[in-house]
Write a protein that binds this ligand. Structure first.
Ligand code: AKG
Ligand code: FE2
Length: 405
């Protein structure tokens, strides 16, 4: 990490990506599941034939099936609790890999149709996304105590406002930020910068947030080990991933009041978390949809460098008292969002509100006093090349004039 920082002050540190998702873009199970969610009454054999006949393109296979007068299933309501399938495991035996399906056009068509793969099963989520999930994470009473406490706190949460070029933009939900001590509150308020400005609302950690923190720490570290052993090359942590134990020392708490409150697609800032960050995200109250999609880079001619299907959107159902871990392979390569819902099921304690606590490990060596400054003397932002194949995966420090990080 130190070497990374020292190098970065002078020039961009380079990173060669150790892809952990090599299989994903060619995964026949995922493609079959997408087709099955459109055509639930057609057998897997027929779906597989359609896929093979169309060179692995879900979009073209779907058109073929549609032309055959087979009505696709109505698009699922966007209600948080409704999805198209509960498990991919019924598709798992057909693990044929289909090659040669890489064009940008197909992706566009696919995303135009808004194809979403709905995942509920923790095994599917670990296999097909850079996340893992633990349902019923806390004893019920403890989850409810934290929920009650955060509902009370959220009454004074505000929308984050930031300047995006010439416009002042407001976040589509409210939030606040919690750290352990008064000293840290002051450090956060006066030394750290977010969205090109200072955070006004930084609070001391509350009794329930504090009580839950070691449990999150234990489980996240266990999940990091599992992910490393089962998914990463040679069973090792990724390059630039912090070798130390994950130690949450800050929590961003979000409140989504009603179905329309949301957060758009983004990757979380690495500026203070460092590369290959891990985040423990606890959901309380109303169940909502957490959507993730891979960022497939484009080549110099602006063409996607991988099968467009790899960009397909995946929806993870987040019920009350579930802990989602965003692993080290998430922020650099994927984006996530909380989609607006058409309808929600009210929660007995929270009503229409969802509380989300993201426990984060702010790295001492990424304190703004150690990181580069941009021309305007604000601490610079750490970013990765995500969308261009050239230099893809490289980290670089940049100023705030590029808009939001
Ligand atoms: O509400 C959530 O689950 C996600 C929140 C989020 O993406 C964030 O705080 O960065
Ligand atoms: Fe986020």
């Amino acid at each position: 990490m130190d070497a990374f920082l020292r190098g970065a002050k002078r020039k961009s540190a380079s990173i060669s990506q150790e892809s952990t998702q090599d299989d994903y873009e060619d995964s026949t199970e995922v493609k079959l599941a997408m087709l099955a969610s459109l055509y639930p009454n057609i057998s897997q054999e027929v779906l597989l034939d359609a896929l093979l006949a169309n060179d692995g393109s879900v979009d073209q296979a779907a058109s073929l099936l549609f032309d055959g007068q087979m009505e696709p299933r109505e698009k699922p309501r966007v209600a948080a609790t409704v999805g198209s399938q509960t498990s991919l495991r019924s598709f798992a035996s057909k693990s044929t890999s289909i090659e040669g399906t890489r064009t940008a056009k197909k992706t566009k068509l696919l995303s135009k149709k808004g194809t979403t793969l709905y995942l509920y099963d923790p095994k599917d989520i670990a296999e097909h996304t850079p996340c893992s999930i633990i349902h019923n994470f806390l004893p019920q009473e403890e989850a409810n105590d934290l929920l009650q406490e955060m509902l009370e706190e959220s009454k004074s949460f505000e929308r984050v406002t930031f300047k995006l070029f010439d416009n002042v933009v407001q976040s589509p939900h409210t939030s606040s930020f919690y750290v352990a001590t008064d000293t840290e509150v002051n450090t956060q308020k006066y030394e750290y910068f977010y969205y090109g400005g200072r955070l006004d609302d930084v609070r001391r950690i509350t009794p329930q947030l504090l009580r839950v923190r070691p449990k999150v720490q234990e489980v996240v570290n266990r999940e990091i080990q599992t992910r490393m052993k089962t998914r990463y090359p040679n069973g090792k942590k990724l390059r630039y991933q912090c070798p130390d134990e994950w130690t949450p020392n800050a929590a961003f708490v979000n409140c989504y009041n009603g179905p329309h409150e949301s957060v758009g697609y983004h990757s979380d800032h690495l500026t203070y978390l460092g590369p290959r960050a891990v985040i423990g995200s606890l959901s309380l109250g109303v169940a909502r949809e957490f959507r993730v999609r891979r960022i497939v880079p484009k080549d110099a001619d602006n063409n996607l460098t991988e099968d467009g299907d790899a960009q397909g959107q995946i929806s993870i159902h987040l019920p009350h008292n579930s802990l989602l871990i965003m692993h080290a392979d998430m922020q650099e390569e994927w984006e996530h969002s909380i989609a607006p819902a058409q309808a929600i099921d009210p929660h007995p304690i929270a009503g229409n509100r969802r509380i989300n606590v993201t426990y984060r490990d702010y790295k001492p060596n990424f304190h703004p006093k150690y990181t580069p400054r941009c021309k305007c003397s604000l601490p610079a932002i750490l970013r990765t090349v995500q969308r261009k194949k050239d230099n893809w995966g490289r980290y670089f420090w940049t100023g705030w004039f590029y808009g939001i990080p």
